[in-house]
Each structure stands twice: as C-alpha cells, then as structure tokens.
Design a protein around this ligand. Structure first.
Ligand code: KIV
Ligand code: ZN
Length: 390
C-alpha cells in the first residue's frame, strides 16, 4: 500500500510564541516563516491577527512573503476576529482561517457560562463567517481532549456541514493518554457521517510529557495532520515537537506515513528558533538536544566505537546535527580514552592506554568532564612503563 502523507502544521509562530519570553517581532517572524517553508512544513500558523497590531502586521508580512505553504491565522469564534484575520491574510497565496471554540463542559460552563446547544450554534456560525473569506477553514474544538465524545462528534459533523475543511482536535490541557487520544480520533472517524470531507488534525500539549505520543496515536487512528512546533515550544509545557514526529514517522516507515519535511534541516532550524527566541534547548531533547548524539558511559562508548548502530538509531548527519561525540567522564572506558587520544594525535599502545587510564580516572573523578586540554596534560605527564629485559 502507498505511504500516506501526514501534513505538518507548524505553530511555532503562534502557540510557540506564547511561551513567556519568546515574543518575536515582525522581521524575526518573517525570517523564521521563510525557513519553515524551506524545511518543508505544509502549513504555517503565522499568528493571531486580532490579538495585537504587531501580530496583525506579522501575519500580513508573512502572507506576502510565503510562496507555497498555506499561511494560517488564528481567531476566536468572534466575527471581528475573523474579519481581521481575513484582512491580515489578504495577500496569502493559500490563506487558511483557524477558528473555533471550547467544547468541553469545563469550558462551556466556566469560560462561556453557556450550554452545549449554544456552543454548537456558535461553532457553526464561526465557520460560516470564515467561509465568506476562504475555502480553507480549520475548526478547533478547544479542550477536545476532555470533551464528551458524543457531543464532540455532533459538533464536528455540524461544522463540516457548515464548511470546515480541517478539524482540529486539541488536547489543550495535555490530559489524554495515547490510547485515549487515539480512541477519540477513531470515534470521530466511525461516528461522524461526513468525516471523509475533512482532514482531522492533532494538536497535543505536553503537560504530562505525552504530546508526541498522543499525536502519533492520533495519526495511527486516522488523523492526517499534526500541529507541532520546533523544539516542542508552546503554552505551559509546550506542544508536540516537530522534529520528534517527523523522525518517528521517518524511522518507522513500516507504519506507512511520510511528511514533506527535510530531516537534514531539523538541527539548523532548531538552533535558529532557539537563537531568535533566546530559548535554550534542553540538552537531552530528542533529535536536537546537545546530548542527542553524545556517548558517555564506557559500555555504550565501546559498543558505539565498534559499530555506531549499537547505540544510535539515527545518524547525526541525517538530521543535520554535528557528528556524534565521545564524552570523557569517570564512567568512560579505555576504548573511549584511546579513541579520544588518537583523535588529537597521540598513538599510544594498548599498554600505555592501560597505564594512562589510572591517572585518567583520578582526574575524571574530580571533575564533570575530561576535556581535550586535560588529555594533553595527561599525555605530557605520562611516563611510559619500562619493561625490563630478562
Ligand atoms: O491548545 C489549543 O487548544 C489551541 C487552540 C487555540 C488551537 O492552541
Ligand atoms: Zn495549543
């Protein structure tokens, strides 16, 4: 069976930019949008135009600049929001309006002081308003993760009838377990009569560290779009991380899915977002963290040096990362020490390395990492063991 495309909806410039301290100005947003298009994302959520004049301007400039990707603007289920978004997206070659409303009982009661019937009508209405401006309308059922499935199915059926072409099922609070989120998508596929007229999208938050797993569960149950951000940035604990879902689908080709994202650009893109937003990437972050291709324990280093695939399922060059590192710590073994010494020009015999290893361990126990400079010092202080002739 032919592999199916999963559309990548990047929301780094909208949900990602909601991270405290990550606010971007228009030139920064345009620069990142251009790189996101080069990376191969299908949809760029450029911002929330009604939220501020600055964001309106950014969405407008991105719309003028982007050539192939869909450019999307977020709105609430409010007529003014939709008019402003349509205006900001006026010059986009492929504009999308992303509108919606909270559908969980918690949102309906606490946020809107309303009831299910009223929210259903407001959902239909906002899609109709948006359809006056573009054929590409995405509807989000905010807090779908905690929305009753029967009611969610009614809302989804009604908004597709009203003209929504993509249906976003956000796990806004990151509450769902992967099997629950997957079952929710399967429920919609099986219980919404017109579901084949729309694309189902996963938008998962990471409050329990499950955003990536949930998005993949969604795809395995019939969703065709993933909303994600570079470095997993986003509100609170963040969103599904783009680099993770892309590489999961890439590594597990047997699942039968692919994306248009170029994996070689993942690390450069991650660095660029981190620099522009001034938001460091955690070192142990999958795919793009500084330690993603570092090996520090003796057992791992020995295996890796014999055959990289013993401890690496992805080669760093596949994702545009610097080459793998053998880091020297008190947990490192002789093979790693020999390798690193050789790398900086020493050709010690096995006996020499054995002897040097004792001094190395003393040094390594006193610090976090043994550096290249330390190795030169060890080598300089080394007195070869003279074997007496018999
Ligand atoms: O998390 C969420 O529910 C959202 C919507 C606005 C799409 O970001
Ligand atoms: Zn979100």
């Amino acid at each position: 069976m032919a592999a199916k495309q999963v559309f990548i909806f990047d929301t780094t410039l909208r949900d990602g930019e909601q991270v405290p301290g990550c606010k971007l100005n228009t030139p920064e947003k345009v620069e990142l949008a251009v790189k996101l298009e080069e990376l191969g994302v299908d949809i760029i959520e450029a911002g929330f135009p009604v939220s501020s004049p600055g964001d309106y301007h950014s969405v407008n400039q991105i719309s003028r600049t982007i050539k192939n990707a869909v450019v999307c603007g977020l709105t609430r289920a409010v007529q003014k929001d939709i008019e402003v978004a349509a205006q900001a997206l006026k010059y986009a070659k492929r504009p999308r309006i992303h509108t919606g409303i909270g559908t969980s009982d918690s949102h309906i009661k606490s946020k809107f002081n309303s009831n299910r019937e009223d929210i259903l009508q407001r959902a239909i209405q906002c899609v109709k308003w948006a359809r006056n401006y573009t054929d590409d309308v995405e509807f989000y059922a905010e807090d779908a993760g905690r929305t009753d499935n029967e009611y969610l199915a009614r809302v989804v059926e009604a908004v597709i009838k009203a003209g929504a072409t993509t249906i976003n099922i956000p796990d806004t609070t990151g509450y769902c377990l992967p099997h629950q989120y997957g079952e929710k998508i399967a429920f919609l596929r099986n219980n919404v009569s017109n579901i084949d007229k729309a694309i189902i999208s996963c938008h998962c938050h990471n409050d329990l560290g499950l955003a990536t797993a949930n998005a993949i569960a969604g795809v395995l149950n019939g969703a065709q779009q993933i909303e994600c951000t570079i470095n997993g940035l986003g509100e609170r604990a963040g969103n599904t991380s783009l680099e993770e879902v892309v590489m999961i689908l890439n590594q597990h080709k047997h699942l039968g899915y692919y994306t248009q994202v170029n994996p070689k650009q993942l690390n450069p893109m991650s660095r660029m977002v981190s620099d522009v937003m001034r938001m460091p990437v955690q070192p142990n972050k999958a795919i793009v963290g500084a330690n993603a291709f570092s090996h520090s324990s003796g057992i791992h280093q020995d295996g890796f040096l014999k055959d990289a695939s013993t401890y690496e399922i992805i080669a760093p060059e596949e994702v545009g990362a610097d080459s793998s590192k053998i880091v020297l710590t008190a947990r490192s073994g002789r093979s790693a020490l020999a390798f690193r010494l050789q790398k900086i020009g020493y050709s010690f015999t096995r006996n020499d390395v054995d002897a040097l290893y004792e001094s190395f361990l003393k040094m390594a126990d006193s610090k976090k990492e043994v550096t290249e400079e330390d190795l030169h010092q060890l080598a300089a202080e080394y007195q070869p063991v003279l074997v007496e002739a018999v």
